[in-house]
Each structure stands twice: as C-alpha cells, then as structure tokens.
Design a protein around this ligand. Structure first.
Ligand SMILES: [Zn+2]
Length: 317
C-alpha cells in the first residue's frame, strides 16, 4: 500500500509539455482511487454500504468533479453485485500512475500536431461502470475501472449485458481512450450531445476517432469499421436521410439497442471517414487538422470533404 501511495503522490503532479515554443501543463489527479478502495474495503462489513461510499469516497471528491459522480447507492449496488469484476480490476486501477509516461507522450504528440492545444485537467476516478471517459468544463473524468480493463479483467458477471462487449476492448491501452477524450476537450462543444443534430454529433465523434487513429494507429470500434467499409455506400445514403434530425439511436451510443444485424456505433465510422476525406483533400495538414477539431460548420466540412461524391472510392483502401 505504501508503494501505491508513493506512486500516486508522484502522479498528482503536472506534466509540462511543449506546444510550439510555449510550455503547457497538464494537471493530472488520481487521489480518488485509493479513497474508493478504502470505501470498498470498509463497505464489505457495513450495514449501510451507501453511507460508507458517501463518507469515505464521494464527500472527498474534488467539488469540480462531483458532477460526474453517481449517487452513493449506485456504488453500493455495483460493488455488491459484481464482486469478481471489482477484485480483478483493483490492481490495474491502483497502478494507473505507471501509465503516466505513456500518457505524457500522447499529450506531447497531440500538442505537436495541434499547436493550439489547451490542456484539460485529467481526473482519474472510479465511475461505478458508468463511463470510460467523459469531458465537461475543461475536465476529463475517467472511470479508471473501465479505462484499464484488459485480458486479466473478469467480465463473466456482465455476460448478459452489452457492457461485456466493450469492457477491455482496448486491451488496457489507455492512450487510445485518453487521446479520444483529449480531442473532445479541445472541441468547441466538447462531446456534449444535447441539442446537436446527428451530423454534428457524428462529426464530433468522428473527429475524435480520426485524431486518435492518426496519433496511435489504433481503431477502437473494430466491428463498426469492418461493417462500415463493407457497406459504406449504402450506409452513407441512409445517413444522409437522417443527418439533420436529432435521433442518434441508429448510429451512436446504441450499444444497448443495436439495430438488427449491425454493429453499434457506426456513426463513429462515418464521422471518421468524413474527417479523413476532408484531411486528405487539404494541402496544409496542420490547418486541416485544426479545422476538423474546431469545426462549427459541419455542413461545410461534409461538403468540402467530397465524401461519397463523384470519384470517391468507397470501401477499404
Ligand atoms: Zn467520444
């Protein structure tokens, strides 16, 4: 335990990066993690489990971050019902500090290709299986129990749920999800889905995927990519009919209700392809990348991308 605390202490620091000529600092914290496990241990023999999570964990969370934290009853119930999962993921969450250098390298690479990078605060916490990562008000909140899931994670208790498919899908490579969320932290609207059209939200997610793939070479939604390339022309025709609406359920965040015979999250693929097509057409790549990240006029981006237009080659290159 002493060693873990020492590692976390090192982690509660700032990472200093170079963006152009200016040094930038990324604020990182992981102090929630030992607090969560202290509550977890104490709750085992407690009559009021929720009260333990409230006092030892939630009440101690930084006020700026509390908006991301679920009620204590959710922590009490999730830990009670899925004990094999929690026991198996504990060590990975406690060792998140060891990923610091890997993450710093992603920030650095991002800052190099995108000089306007403004550093968010990275907060590694425990989400009670609600989110791997989400962005709001310049803070990226990570559910470290999802972020660090890998081949050693016991998922059996979730077999009946869609969560089973996503948990551990990055194989414990935290940089993929960290980079995806870093992109959202630079976008004018973040990853906030409220009030945006399907086109806007698709390009927002697609931009995050495009930059992540550019930097890491890794695809997170492999099944969507395979299906997407194989059915691209048809999917685009269908998407165009729906893109002005605000109904996302055929395309995004539909893991729990995937349309029959299709993988979830095909919107990530289409959004990626729109951004990729735009990027390829531009001579000034740095400028193009900034335009993709800072996009506000999504119709113009789609139009100028030439995606699906005359001479466009559908399917995998
Ligand atoms: Zn996203």
């Amino acid at each position: 335990m002493t060693r873990i605390i020492a590692l976390l202490a090192i982690f509660l620091s700032t990472a200093v990066l170079q963006a152009g000529n200016a040094a930038i600092e990324v604020e990182i914290s992981a102090e929630d993690i030992p607090r969560f496990w202290a509550a977890y241990d104490r709750a085992k023999n407690a009559s009021d489990r929720a009260a333990v999570f409230q006092t030892l964990f939630i009440d101690k969370v930084d006020a700026r971050v509390r908006q991301f934290i679920r009620p204590s009853s959710v922590y009490a119930s999730m830990t009670l019902h899925y004990p094999r999962f929690w026991e198996s993921i504990r060590r990975n969450t406690e060792r998140i500090a060891e990923k610091k250098e890997e993450m710093q390298r992603s920030f650095q690479r991002f800052a190099e290709i995108y000089p306007a990078f403004h550093p968010p605060k990275l907060h590694f916490s425990i989400s009670a299986c609600q989110t791997g990562g989400t962005v709001k008000d310049g803070i990226i909140f990570f559910g470290t129990e999802i972020l660090t899931a890998d081949a050693t994670t016991d998922k059996e208790e979730f077999r009946k749920f869609p969560f089973y498919q996503v948990l551990g899908s990055t194989g414990g490579d935290v940089t993929v999800l960290v980079t995806h969320e870093l992109v959202h932290s630079q976008q004018p609207l973040g990853d906030n889905a409220r009030g945006t059209t399907l086109l806007e939200q698709t390009v927002t997610e697609g931009a995050a995927e495009f930059v992540t793939i550019l930097l890491t070479g890794k695809i997170t939604f492999r099944s969507a990519w395979e299906y997407g390339y194989a059915n691209e022309r048809r999917l685009l025709e269908e998407f165009r009919l729906q893109m002005e609406g605000k109904e996302y359920s055929n395309w995004l965040y539909n893991m729990a209700h995937t349309p029959r015979g299709r993988p979830a999250d095909l919107g990530y693929f289409l959004g990626f392809r729109i951004c990729q097509a735009y990027y390829r057409r531009q001579a000034d790549k740095k400028k193009a990348l900034a335009e993709i990240i800072e996009c506000r006029d999504f119709h113009a981006l789609l139009e100028r991308s030439g995606y699906g237009g005359e001479g466009f080659a559908f399917g995998k290159e």
